[in-house]
Write a protein that binds this ligand. Structure first.
Ligand SMILES: C[S@@+](CC[C@H](N)C(=O)[O-])C[C@H]1O[C@@H](n2cnc3c(N)ncnc32)[C@H](O)[C@@H]1O
Length: 700
């Protein structure tokens, strides 16, 4: 290394999920925290046409009406980001504009953008949190118009309540107007065993329906984690959700109100279900009235509850699924909140109390029977005490419960495990491994290094009286004699450190640590795994990475440049996304990129090839996933896929597994044009635990 030229280089730590070792990466001298800016999700926001247009229209209308009343207009833009709302305000005639931004790399970016748009000396940029701003020091005078966008899927999750309260108390005049002006939050009570599967533990039954494992009472009775489950709700299959109520207005926030907005609020609403069922969960979303006359509305409702659904449907292309006719955005989604103990409503007993609560940042919900003494009840924010809900992600919890998938593993186990089996289970929270004991295995060792995961597994072992299961913290605790006695090593595999599907190849890495001590005849399952890829046309997801050159007539190309640099130096060219939430059409048949056999995991691989994109459409992404082969048979029933749940048909939408995240490589927008060849290569280095992909579009 040339120390004279590298003296500014900074180091950054990264956990390599393929071997769980911490690696040091060097940030180049030019690294200007582009990465953080690129990952902050601004791109998606700036592609949200409805949001941008409505802000612009309302800023223009409001400033015009203030001017018509003879007022000077002094604007404060809290959280300016790229500076877009400040530029709008100045452009349509504000007298002064003060922008503040707490995230310094973003503020530096805003500074350059304002200059490039010739607003540099006319918009005062303060690189601070609004709550640290002092009138007389940072700002000359109080503002009489607040233009801000500090909302998230929960509305209040970015701390909007405290920011508004502080601004009204310190930074705004007595009669200041606010854009947006008001927000309304909605809740709809729903029964859905599919969604409830993301929050509970079901019985594990064998192929004959006999119970193999029962959840322990501490898991069953646990209130679970109240934290938001944000989701692209319109994509939930309608036949898997049964609304019990209409959407209910639960809270309204008047942003221009001078009175402080309470930080802890609770409301009990008497609700009548229009159909009997189980009050499993609450669907939540909000809308905002942008202007003080409340004429311009922006709604985050899912398509079935969207106020403009009918008009939007008429205007949209017939090729667009109904679920996608309402404006798409990823920065504001909808939310699911799970009810700790659902009520079973009957036709005669269908009234209940919906208990809605929020604090400064988040929401939680409960239901009570309709009894007079329940009306005043408040509930404290509940918490997971059993460690199941707190340890595993929602998608992992759903996966643990997934009957279809479990059936394939159990079929393998039923055919292979017998009374002389000594089984080692590698993975975190692998309850299928515990099932080996219920299926009669002689001894089962589960490698559970994670404390909380071990606690959860221990509770299952004790409750189900699995006397021949041993939970081991480290593979080093397994004596050579034990390793040599193993007849089976099994895994799903699933590890808490995994983000991308192939991060679970860590299974292979663990095997290499003990392989020398294993019996030659030990059976390893999964036997192998393959990574597949298919080029696709996303309807919307690509927008989170698409360049933003211009927004409502303002030049944001400097922001685009930053993101571009960041994408080109990015280590992670493949990102994890739950693809069932993001419709995409297949543009070709899927192709296998790489196959690893876990018994021979130490072999390095390098493959390359090309896929002809034969369907019409814009190839803006490549989707990747792993298929796990439980045995050598090649039988489709012994394959567990983390990808599509039905065969991929080029030209049609892909149906994705709902309980894992798949890999996505976004095609650079300059390359994403029609009729292409997708060149790919993959390099797998076992020793250094590196798996790298490369994709390139070649034009015919
Ligand atoms: C959702 S973005 C909006 C960016 C921009 N206003 C727009 O509409 O595109 C919110 C921005 O507010 C910043 N922010 C949040 N709270 C803030 C505060 N109290 N003071 C200053 N900046 C804040 C965040 O760092 C983020 O850049």
């Amino acid at each position: 290394m040339n120390l004279t030229t590298r003296h500014m280089a900074a180091f950054r730590q990264r956990l390599n999920p393929l071997n769980t070792q911490v690696e040091w990466l060097v940030n180049e001298d030019t690294y200007d925290y582009h990465q953080e800016v690129a990952n902050a999700g601004f791109g998606d926001m700036l592609h949200d046409k409805e949001r941008n247009q409505k802000y612009f229209i309302v800023i223009k209308k409001t400033i015009a009406s203030m001017r018509a009343e003879g007022q000077e207009v002094h604007v404060l833009d809290i959280g300016t980001g790229t500076g877009i709302l400040s530029m709008m305000a100045l452009y349509v005639g504000a007298d002064t504009v003060t922008a503040c931004e707490a995230f310094v790399p973003m503020a530096n970016c805003a500074e350059k953008i304002l200059k490039a748009n010739n607003f540099g000396d006319r918009i005062k940029l303060i690189k601070k949190r609004s709550t640290d701003i002092r009138i007389g020091e940072d700002m000359e005078r109080k503002a009489n118009l607040l233009v801000t966008e500090i909302l998230d899927t929960e509305l209040i999750g970015e701390g909007a309540l405290a920011i508004y309260n502080h601004a009204h108390a310190n930074l705004l005049t007595e009669h200041a107007l606010c854009i947006p002006c008001k927000a309304t939050c909605y809740a709809q009570v729903v029964q859905s065993s599919l969604a409830a599967q993301w929050n509970s533990l079901k019985l594990l039954v064998n192929l004959d329906g006999d119970v193999l494992l029962k959840p322990s009472p501490d898991v069953l009775n646990c209130s679970g984690e109240p934290s938001v489950h944000d989701i692209q709700m319109s994509q939930l299959p309608l036949d898997q959700i049964k609304p019990l109520t209409h959407p209910i207005e639960i809270f309204e926030f008047d942003f221009k109100c001078k009175e402080p907005i309470d930080v802890q609020r609770s409301r009990n609403i008497l609700v009548k279900a229009f159909i009997p069922g189980s009050t499993d969960l609450v669907f939540f979303w909000w809308d905002i009235k942008m202007d003080f006359k409340e004429e311009v509305l922006l709604s985050c409702a899912p398509f079935w509850a969207h106020p403009n659904f009918k008009e939007l449907k008429v205007k949209s292309s017939p090729r667009l699924p109904l679920t996608n006719v309402v404006p798409w955005r990823d920065h504001w989604m909808q939310a699911i909140y799970y009810i700790p103990r659902p009520l079973k409503l009957t036709p005669s007993d269908n009234e209940f109390i919906l208990n809605c609560n929020h604090d400064e940042f988040s929401w939680w919900f409960n239901v009570f029977p309709n009894e007079s003494n329940n009306f005043e009840k408040q509930t404290k924010r509940h918490a997971c005490l059993c460690r199941f809900h707190i340890t595993y992600s929602r998608s992992r919890i759903g996966q643990i419960n997934q009957a279809q998938r479990n059936k394939r593993y159990l079929r393998f186990l039923e055919n292979n495990i017998h009374k002389d089996s000594n089984v080692l289970v590698l993975g975190h929270g692998c309850i299928l491994g515990l099932a080996c004991c219920s299926l009669g295995a002689s001894k089962v060792w589960c490698h559970e290094p994670h404390k909380f995961s071990r606690h959860f597994m221990e509770s299952l072992v004790q409750y189900n009286k699995l006397n021949s299961v041993y939970l081991v913290e480290s593979l080093k605790d397994l004596e050579t004699e034990i390793l040599n006695s193993l007849t089976h090593i099994i895994a799903e595999p699933y590890f808490l450190t995994s983000i991308l599907p192939w991060d679970n190849f860590y299974f292979g890495y663990l095997l290499t640590k003990i392989s020398e001590k294993l019996n030659r005849l030990v059976k390893i399952s999964p036997f192998a795994a393959s990574i597949y890829a298919v080029p696709v046309e996303f309807l919307d997801l690509h927008k989170i990475k698409a360049p933003v050159r211009e927004c409502e007539g303002f030049d944001l190309s400097l922001f685009h440049k930053m993101v571009e640099v960041s994408m080109s130096i990015s280590q992670a060219k493949v990102e994890a996304h739950p693809l069932w939430e993001y419709p995409c059409r297949a543009l070709a048949d899927p192709v296998e990129l790489l196959k690893v056999e876990f018994r021979r995991f130490d072999i390095d691989k390098h493959h390359q090839g090309e896929i002809t994109v034969k369907e019409p459409g814009l190839c803006n992404g490549v989707c990747l996933w792993v298929d796990w082969f439980l045995d050598k048979s090649g039988d489709s029933k012994s394959v567990v896929s983390s990808g599509p749940i039905a065969s991929i048909i080029p030209g049609e939408f892909i149906k994705w597994d709902m309980f894992t995240r798949q890999g996505v490589h976004f095609i650079d927008n300059n390359q994403a044009i029609k009729a292409n060849i997708l060149e790919w290569s993959v390099i797998f280095k076992s020793k250094s635990a590196h798996l790298n992909f490369n994709f390139n579009i070649r034009h015919k």
